[in-house]
Design a protein around this ligand. Structure first.
Ligand SMILES: [Zn+2]
Length: 387
């Protein structure tokens, strides 16, 4: 049943496409999102109607629209940052596609959020709870979800459920946030001359021994719950004729079950320490922590997204396990998921592209999902505590 809000959503696609281009062309590498954040703040201010519009000290932008008591208060987040360096990021248009760095991940997500903000200002449906629309920093790479983590803290007590928006994810709904822990593991020794000090412990050899020792701990391919471990980087040593005084590796452990991650890390640590023994100093330094969690397929928040697809000529979505801003909210016990706006390919490469055709349905889908979720009685979306 078309109403004023639906009609406003249905008109949005062309302006969302243009907004996606503008946002993409403002570089926003993780930790340098400030200029893009300021642009988004300006757009939100232009749309108007907010009870509060704020930018925090790390450049998260958040616009609050108060609603009806007793209904679900929803935090909606689209990340501002990209994996690309701070340089010009032009967008090219060709036959139903936009190609550019970060165009779908996540310029489109931010643009669609602005579109929905506009539709809300024009014709907000009745009976919605409070809405906090946020464009946040630090989702990619070493950002470690710092933007959304900050929002979860700052707005604690002001929202009940969380929705992340990712441009590419039109036909995926995230049910699982894959937890990951990243560490830099280093071994140091006294080192010395390869001839004169021969016999002293070599840090490279010790690290190699330690890596070999954790080989039997590698999770089986295909194991459930899916768990992976990877030594992705190794470096060390000084010269061919120096007993290596240092060696370092980077380790990534992931699982759909967050408890597996911590227990596997514990085993890795013990095993590596035993392997190195007294011969060298070993240190673990955490370089990344993506928390995780799950939401049930029949949770009202997931149903809100599924219901929003009705009549929009969209395929049955795939329920997936992912690593998005929703992970942090799931970890904190909030019902949370991630939805998208269109389809595309090659994210995190300079060849990244999105299809513009589905954006019309995608924006309606997002706008309806937000309204459906914010209309739920607060009692339908309790926070999970004590996990
Ligand atoms: Zn993303």
């Amino acid at each position: 049943m078309p109403n004023a809000y639906e009609e406003a959503l249905a008109r949005l696609a062309p302006s969302v496409v243009e907004e996606t281009v503008r946002i993409t062309e403002i570089p926003a590498p993780t930790f340098k999102e400030g200029v893009r954040a300021e642009y988004v703040r300006g757009r939100l201010e232009g749309i108007g109607g907010w009870d509060d519009l704020a930018v925090d000290s790390i450049s998260d932008v958040a616009a609050v629209r108060r609603g009806m008591p007793g209904r679900t208060r929803l935090l909606v987040c689209a990340h501002l940052d990209t994996v690309f360096p701070d340089e010009a990021t032009p967008v090219t248009r060709s036959r139903g596609r936009l190609t550019g760095r970060g165009v779908g991940d996540n310029s489109l997500g931010v643009a669609a959020l602005l579109g929905v903000a506009q539709a809300l200002q024009q014709a907000a449906p009745k009976g919605l709870g409070d809405l906090i629309l946020a464009a946040n920093v630090g989702e990619e790479g070493r950002g470690d979800l710092r933007g959304v983590k900050r929002l979860l803290k700052d707005y604690e007590g002001q929202f009940d459920a969380m929705l992340a928006v990712e441009g590419h994810a039109l036909n995926r709904i995230q049910l699982v946030g894959v937890a990951s822990l990243r560490h830099e593991v280093s071994v140091t020794t006294d080192g010395g001359h390869s001839w004169g000090a021969y016999g002293r412990p070599n840090a490279i050899a010790l690290l190699a021994r330690a890596i070999t020792a954790i080989e039997p701990l590698m999770p089986e391919v295909g194991m459930e719950p899916r768990t992976t471990m990877n030594v992705g980087v190794i470096r060390g040593g000084r010269s061919v004729n120096t007993i290596a005084p240092d060696a370092t590796m980077e380790l990534d452990i992931r699982s759909v079950d967050p408890l597996r991650v911590t227990s596997l890390l514990r085993s890795v640590r013990n095993t590596m320490r035993d392997a190195v023994n007294e011969e060298g100093e070993m240190a673990f330094r955490r370089i990344g922590n993506r928390p995780g969690g799950t939401i049930e397929e029949d949770h009202p928040l997931v149903r809100a997204a599924l219901d929003a697809r009705r009549g929009l000529d969209l395929p049955v979505p795939e329920f997936n396990a992912g690593s998005t801003d929703a992970n942090a909210a799931l970890d904190a016990g909030y019902p949370a998921t991630c939805v998208g706006v269109t389809t595309g390919g090659e994210p995190h490469t300079p060849r990244e592209w999105i299809s513009t055709g589905p954006i019309a349905q995608g924006v309606q889908y997002l706008g309806r999902t937000i309204a459906n979720a914010a209309r739920l009685p607060q009692s339908a979306v309790p926070r999970r505590v004590g996990r």
